[in-house]
Design a protein around this ligand. Sequence first.
Ligand code: AMP
Length: 438
Amino acid sequence: MDDFQPVRGMRDLLPEEAENLVSIIDKAKKTAALYGYREVITPVVESFELLNVKSGEEIRARMFVFEDLGRRKIVLRPEFTASIARLITTTLKNEPKPLRIFSVGSVYRYDEPQRGRYREFWQSNFELAGSSMPESDAEILLLTNRLMKEIGLVNYEFKLGHVGILRAILNQEGIDEQTQNAILQKMDKREFDVALELVADKKSRKTLESLINLRELESVSPNPSAIMEKIKQLVEGCEDAAKAVRNLSDILELVHKSGCQIKTVDPAFARGLEYYTGMIFEIYIPELDIAIGGGGRYDRLIEVFRGEPTPAVGVAHGLDRIALAKQMQSQMRNTVTTKSRGRKKRRVIVIPINEAMKDEAIKISELLRKAGVGTELEVMGRKMARALEDADRRKVDYTVLVGEREMKEGKVVIRNLAEREQKTVDIDNLAKILRRQK
Ligand code: AMP
């Protein structure tokens, strides 16, 4: 029989990978605190009906759906926004606006597994509900920028668009919402010819085609103000589209003034989720051709969930891809500066010199942990020489040897394994000394 393996698309994160992910989660939490977003923890499972309301066909088709023992149709959450919208329309409905909500956790999609694409992956999610002002869109972009910086990513780029421009053009000739969604989905997949075929009216099709063509121009000369000017000219005569262009310009200006540079504006950019109504964006790094995060404005979603009309804007950061991005960038950097060693945690192991000293060794380990020094204990019942050999092999930095003679004087021996030095110290000073060591 074959060995047991994780379910396809699921991964075990081993200590180093888990540590990397947790360190990114910590930074996301820190960013949330800096911007005033309060964390909520929602269930991993939600009702099928909730996700069916307005996730968009893209995600609906890839959800993990099953029946529980009570015959309820439930899903493993494929994103956070629906859960947060559920909260805003129920438990938090009387909370004063704006509401700033942060969540982090695993989400599930039946994607085709490959590098950077898994069926279980992690997101940090920020939602700002209650404001339609461009400063709230700018805030979501700025906090994303801060998080990317905090994580240490370099050369990342935002790609910005506005669903309102595209929808306004399609609305001109009264294309129904479902067809509009289909068109935007095709555009999201960069299947522009198929998208254009779905637009019957010649005038709208021409405008859309020109917007699509602008995207090529943009990649040659990345200059948002020039491209914004061109978009403005193209949508002349369509007041709603012009309004959306002005909104995007306002957001860009606010963000630029705060020192965050956005070079890429793509008027043909659309996103798979149906609920976006305004500014949309994604983040990329040159080393990966898949987005490491994305978000946008969704002003009608809360209403769809039977809440008071509440404009909102948010972002989901793909933490597994961010971890991968960080790893790729630090590998690149390491080939240039071979010396760049990461900060390593100090490893300490307490070894009783014989069986009789076991109790004392446990006591000393607990004492160290209480003082905030991470400590392992020799638990294999090995003789001291073997235990030291093993510590050496596992690259432990310090061993604390607990012997009878020293204990009688309230002392233990600290051995620095790399330097092959040892000294006898008072137990009372042990934690202080270990904390001082590099
Ligand atoms: P979305 O809500 O689809 O825009 O997803 C937000 C972010 O989650 C994306 O920008 C990706 O970084 C990440 N993401 C989406 N799907 C996957 C996946 N299958 N595996 C890993 N990360 C993903």
